[in-house]
Design a protein around this ligand. Structure first.
Ligand code: B1M
Length: 229
């Protein structure tokens, strides 16, 4: 008897679970197939992303923390997630909406985690923002140069490590020193952050996830525009 899993025969909950298992195992092609199957059932891209891949990555994170997984395995899971995300990208960034603002976003200096930051960038594009993605390991000079070049309404920073999150404060201080802090909305996010941290470093908003980032950005840009009138 064959043990082959027929994706089309799985319930949605089982399918999400299967994608999570495949992500955990770093099975790129299988993750892509699973995501395709979910999309064929007319499920919204963001839902597929959060309920299958993000959920699977949480398990990876926990087992990494507990010493059951090591960096090479986490890297394989991350690559599988990126493959799944690429499939969802066109759906997440598709927008009929007119451009409602501009954002520069980067993972801060010393930090190479970029999955969450890229997801935020895609969702922001989907909501009608022009996004300049500065990548990983972004230092204050790079944020500043990009700000001066693009003049975005929003500066977004991501950090996944407790050792790199304090660098967000360094960037904000640089913007202050240049007299630019008050003209830009600073939004921060990443797993180890919280509201209190964002307040302490004088960011304008902490965003728990990509959906919150979109809603917060829309709200803060509307307030900024209203003040400018
Ligand atoms: Co790393 N890693 N990692 N890792 N890794 C974590 C973060 C960790 C929590 C794992 C653990 O121990 N449980 C731990 C940090 C512990 C700590 O600081 N307290 C850790 C560690 C220790 C490390 C290394 C130091 C390991 C080592 O080398 N010994 C090393 C550091 C390298 C470095 O950066 N200098 C490292 C390396 C890696 C890989 C390269 C293997 C890989 C990253 C691959 C990549 O990103 N290209 C990796 C991964 C994959 C993880 C975990 C497992 C998953 C992160 C992820 O992609 N999550 C992670 C465990 C975890 O977070 N639970 C872990 C999925 C993603 C969708 O969620 O990024 O949280 P997230 O983004 C969310 C929100 O946070 C928010 O919205 C996103 C979408 O909803 N958000 C924002 C994020 N950024 C935002 C910006 C915004 C708004 C919202 O701006 C406005």
């Amino acid at each position: 008897m064959s043990d082959e899993i027929i994706l089309s025969e799985l319930s949605l909950a089982e399918l999400y679970e299967q994608i999570g298992y495949d992500l955990y195992d770093g099975y790129k092609e299988e993750v892509v197939e699973g995501v395709k199957e979910a999309l064929s059932r007319n499920i919204a891209a963001y839902e597929v992303m959060t309920l299958s891949m993000v959920a699977g990555m949480d398990v990876v994170g926990n087992d990494f923390r507990d010493g059951k997984l090591f960096v090479p395995e986490v890297l394989m899971a991350a690559n599988a997630m990126k493959a799944g995300m690429e499939l969802l990208r066109p759906l997440l960034v598709a927008t009929g909406a007119p451009t409602i603002g501009k954002m520069i976003i980067g993972t801060v200096k010393g930090d190479i985690h970029d999955i969450g930051k890229n997801l935020v960038a895609m969702m922001m594009e989907g909501a009608g923002f022009e996004v300049i993605n500065l990548g990983i390991n972004t230092d204050a000079d790079k944020f500043l140069t990009a700000y001066k070049q693009h003049k975005p309404e929003i500066l977004g920073m991501s950090a996944l490590l407790t050792t790199t999150m304090p660098y967000m404060k360094v960037v904000i201080e640089r913007f202050k020193a240049e007299g630019l802090r008050d003209e830009v909305i600073v939004m921060v996010g990443g797993a180890p952050l919280n509201e209190a941290f964002a307040e302490a470093i004088e960011a304008d908003a902490y965003c728990q996830d990509a959906a919150v980032a979109v809603e917060t950005a829309k709200k803060l840009v509307a307030i900024k525009n209203a003040k400018a009138i």
